[in-house]
Design a protein around this ligand. Structure first.
Ligand SMILES: *[C@@H]1O[C@H](CO)[C@@H](O)[C@H](O)[C@H]1NC(C)=O
Ligand SMILES: CC(=O)N[C@H]1CO[C@H](CO)[C@@H](O)[C@@H]1O
Length: 340
């Protein structure tokens, strides 16, 4: 999670200590949309996207996902078939090496640069797992960080077709529909990842939550396909799959899955001294989607004949996904870099 200032960090810590025992490992698409944030902490003198001598991303000896990864999905609330398709095809594109360049699989190559203690890389294989529908809002339309774990528990312990328990290489992706509020949604985060507590769920399962912001705050969480009201005169860009909320979720899902793969139990790859608020491989590149990106500039993007903005190709669709920190070269990289 991007930390705008020391004061904010302290306040956040205080809030965490006093309120919830759960760290906020969250994300918003553009750091400058955060109240009071200065532009990217790296300043203007960078040569490469996000490059900085101050970033010390380190490996903390915990596991990373080196075996074939399976993403199980929980659809919470009302979801249309067309929306599920956009998201499922995105996840299905992570390993689709034959997709047109620049591809989602090319984007996943940056994640694969991360290794565990034995030198094994993050897996190239990401598969779509089982799906669970929670159409009737089993835990209401307002979820907390803790009740999210109860939603996951319901999904893995359901009487009919429970999601499989797969603690070592399974990821659990909870997606909430546009009428569901989640603690800190829109204010601090558009999504976050963590792992479930055995005391609540019965297992330690790495999971992420990402919400559809279409009704609550598209200008924040579906930027640049929607823009905040205060940015008068700025026009939203056309989204590649015709669904502002879902197209906006795509980059957040990419962000969270990349971090889950490299830091599933929050003790592997992160920067900063503080495991309560680790800075992870996607946090370091928030707001960067192409060459030259940084500050409030997203970088060089692609524009389709239909006017839609994107930066990579999936199996059948186009997507706009933020770049990721490449610890080999110490800057953010993505498949649509112009210097490749
Ligand atoms: C595995 O990680 C190492 C270290 O980052 C990297 O040099 C190598 O290219 C990676 N292998 C693959 C297949 O990505
Ligand atoms: C420097 C700056 O922009 N400070 C603003 C931070 O946010 C508060 C309220 O959200 C404003 O009152 C400050 O002016």
């Amino acid at each position: 999670m991007h930390r705008p200032s020391l004061l904010l960090t302290l306040l956040t810590l205080l809030a965490l200590l006093t309120a919830a025992p759960l760290p906020a490992i969250g994300y918003r698409p553009l750091p400058h949309l955060r109240p009071n944030s200065s532009d990217l902490r790296f300043g203007d003198s960078k040569k490469y996207e996000g490059s900085s001598d101050f970033v010390h991303l380190r490996y903390h000896m915990g596991p990373v996902l080196t075996g074939s990864i399976t993403v199980h999905t929980i659809w919470y609330g009302q979801w249309q078939k067309s929306q599920k398709k956009i998201i499922r095809e995105f996840i299905g594109s992570f390993s689709a090496v034959n997709a047109k360049h620049p591809s989602v699989a090319g984007w996943w190559d940056t994640v694969r640069l991360y290794t565990d203690q034995t030198g094994a890389n993050v897996s190239r294989t990401v598969r779509l797992g089982e799906q669970k529908n929670d159409r009737f809002y089993s835990h209401g339309k307002s979820l907390t960080r803790l009740s999210i774990q109860s939603v996951i528990k319901s999904a893995v312990t359901a009487k009919t077709k429970p999601l499989p328990i797969n603690p070592s290489n399974g990821l659990y992706l909870l997606l909430t529909s546009d009428d569901v509020y989640v603690e800190d949604f829109c204010g601090q985060v558009c999504g976050f990842h963590y792992f479930t507590f055995p005391s609540i769920v019965g297992y330690t399962l790495p999971f992420a939550w990402v919400g559809n912001s279409a009704k609550l705050c598209p200008g924040i969480c579906a930027y640049p396909f929607a823009v905040p009201e205060y940015m008068q005169g700025l026009k939203p860009l056309k989204s590649p799959n015709g669904d502002v909320g879902v197209d906006g979720m795509i980059s957040v899902i990419g962000h969270e899955v990349a971090e889950l793969a490299t830091n599933p139990l929050v003790n592997a790859w992160y920067a900063g001294q503080d495991p309560v608020a680790p800075v992870e491989i996607a946090d370091l590149c928030e707001g960067i989607y192409g060459t030259g990106g940084g500050g409030s500039y997203m970088g060089q993007l692609l524009k389709g004949k239909d006017g839609a903005t994107y930066n990579m190709n999936g199996i059948r669709r186009r997507y706009l996904v933020q770049w990721l920190w490449n610890h080999v070269v110490s800057y953010c990289t993505g498949p649509n870099a112009l210097d490749q």
